[in-house]
Design a protein around this ligand. Sequence first.
Ligand code: PLP
Length: 443
Amino acid sequence: MNEISVPRPNSLDAYWMPFSDNKYFKGDTSRMIARAEGMSYYTPEGREILDGTAGLWCCNAGHGRVEIKEAIQKQAAILDYAPTFQLGHPIAFEAASRIAEMTPEGMDRVFFTNSGSESADTALKIALAYHKARGESSRVRLIGRERGYHGVGFGGMSVGGIGANRKQFGALLPYVDHLPHTHGLKENLFAKGEPPAGAHLADVLENLVALHGAETIAAVMVEPVAGSTGVLVPPAGYLKRLRELCDKHGILLIFDEVITGFGRLGTNFGAERLGVVPDIMTMAKGLTNAAVPMGAVAVKNGVYDTVVNGVAGGIEFFHGYTYSGHPLAAAAAIATMQLHQSEDLPGRARAIEPYWQDAMHSMRDAPNVIDIRDIGLIGGIELAPRPGKPGARAMDVFRRCFDAGVLVRVTGDIVALSPPLIVEKPHVDRIVGTLTDAIRAEA
Ligand code: PLP
């Protein structure tokens, strides 16, 4: 093992770690990451950890890509920062045009944010502004879905459907409702790809329309594939049905493509793979390969036109961030999108998907595995919880895998896998071998 020369923190006290068991981590610092390259992370001691999760679903092109690093360095030397409120700088416009080339046809207008959470809140605000501009100010209700994750801003958290993310914070946005989640553990057990049963769950939108009135509903927001709550793949036909109902009732459909964007499902965006085009699409993570924080919201041209032409002059949309379209992030995004194209990363994901799928389902007979789900380069392995200790088994599996040199991610008792799209068969074998051993050891 080659120890890496990185500064060691003198104290762990000051940093309040996000979504973490701070007490546990600070008591056992063996899970520190110091460096990354290709498919792997390295600890400060030089131990290699194979990345089975692309960081947090975001380093789709693999780690330490020289092309992205050089683009950021070059841009930092040209223009570190310039405002984009009533001003512009060329690279932000170029980044937006590149995104528009990747999004579905007719969805060519792009608003920049700095994260998935900001993209979610921005998308919801665009939906409200759109209806107001059309003279339908009564459309203020936002519909999410149980077990949906749209980040941690007040909008995304309210529309999201994760109890644990909400209960510390009391009152959230009013006028929010939720569709049922689509996880059919009984009907769709060990389904491969899109599960067969459950398209009818979209029809619950009709009940919400009957309850509240279509004239009060602005938007429905869902992830094409829910990742953070344990890899919930939409039942075949579900998203199409949702699209039809939104059209019928004049409701905007928002896809949160923060993890499904940029090749994860073997296509540029989940919309393409799943054959349904939303009105608004959020993105982040893979947009810059996570090298610089950046998010974006793409909208259909008609949505943009409605909001922008809705006022005679002056600012049309009272929203934006100091760092919207930040030059370094824009440079990283352009370099990342060039890599997607030159290395056909979505194509690589498609090519290895059958191998990945077989590998995922090979864990079926491991002890306590109660379901396995997959689509694109995503896998979810659901474990039976330890009696009275939800989440404990999967957390022990996570720690055991890390100690054995493989990074997996857990949510509740579900192990979620999402390797960089440059993953090769031997990596897949190592991820699955290590994970299977860990699941056996925790039986
Ligand atoms: N939306 C989805 C679907 C996500 O998976 C995530 C993060 O995992 C977010 C939004 C939030 O993104 P961020 O953590 O960049 O705010």
